[in-house]
Design a protein around this ligand. Sequence first.
Ligand code: HEC
Length: 104
Amino acid sequence: MSVMLIMMLSIAACGNKPHETPNESAGASVKVDVAKLYQNYCLSCHGNQLQGGQGPNIQKIGERLDEASIIKQIQKGGGGMPPFQVTMKDEELKALAAWLAGLK
Ligand code: HEC
């Protein structure tokens, strides 16, 4: 059952050409792979367990920052963290922040 669902989702995602579209086509239905985003953009500084390294431990970041604050941190960076506004799409940013904000 779930395999079918995943296949359908990935087919739908392919049709959207997620890499090339400059306009944000209202994102709620877009499936974002948060784990992959984290690996690509965050892991090098925040560690493979979010335990920190060059950046702080963010395993329980949801206790301190809400989604909006995390979005701001990712967009603006600061304190040694690079801003990711350019490299990440809106729906990716939002999904990643929502996931982190839920870590408590
Ligand atoms: C080049 C290293 C680096 C990368 C890559 C990086 N960060 Fe950071 N991050 C930092 C540093 C350093 C800080 C501390 C900033 C400060 O003290 O102001 C930080 C702070 C944060 C904070 C705030 C932590 C707190 O306790 O206030 C969050 C949330 C965060 N990063 C999330 C992310 C996410 C999500 C990504 C991937 C999109 C990411 N970071 C990528 C270095 C990095």
